[in-house]
Design a binder for this molecule. Sequence first.
Ligand code: GNR
Ligand code: NI
Length: 168
Amino acid sequence: MAIRTIVRYPDPRLQQVAAPVERVDDSVRVLVGDMAQTMYEAPGIGLAATQIDVHLRIIVIDLSEKRDALQVFINPEILSAGGDLTVHEEGCLSVPGVFENVERPGAITVRALNERGEAFTIEAEGLLAVCLQHEIDHLNGRVFVHHLSRLKQSRIRAKLAKQERDAA
Ligand code: GNR
Ligand code: NI
C-alpha cells in the first residue's frame, strides 16, 4: 500500500467527473488500499478517488473511533434523499484548515458495490449521510465550498493561496 498525494482546492483536477469502475478487480482493490492508507494517515473520515487524482467512482469512509471499520463504496448512487435538511460543519482534506456549515438532506439511500464487486444498499443518516454526500460530490467534480456563497469561496481561495505561500 502507498500513501498518495492529496490534490488541493482550487486545483482544476478536483472538478473532473469520475468514471464508473467497469470491473472490481485487483487493481481496484490496490487503489482502495492506497486510498484507505492515505485517509488514515491524513487523518480524515473519508476520501474520494478524485482527491488523489484518480478519476474513478470510488469512496472510502471510516467513522469509527478505533479506525478499524473501513467502508468502501464503488460506483455509489443516491437512490433517494430525504429527511429534514440538516446543517453540519464540514471540512475537507483538499481544503485544509477550512470548516464551514453546509446544509444537505438528512437521510439518503445509497446503492454501491463493495470491494468484492457485490451490490449492497444502505440507508444513511447523521454523519454517514453527510460524509457520503460530501464524497459523492467529489466524484461529480464538486467540493463542499461550492455550497457556500461566492464571497466565502473567494475568501477561502485567498486563505489557501496564503497557506501555500507561507509554506514555500
Ligand atoms: O475528514 C473529513 N471530515 C469531514 C467532516 C465533516 C464533513 C465531511 C468530512 S469528509 C473529510 C475528508 C474529505 O475531505 N473527504 O472528501
Ligand atoms: Ni473532501
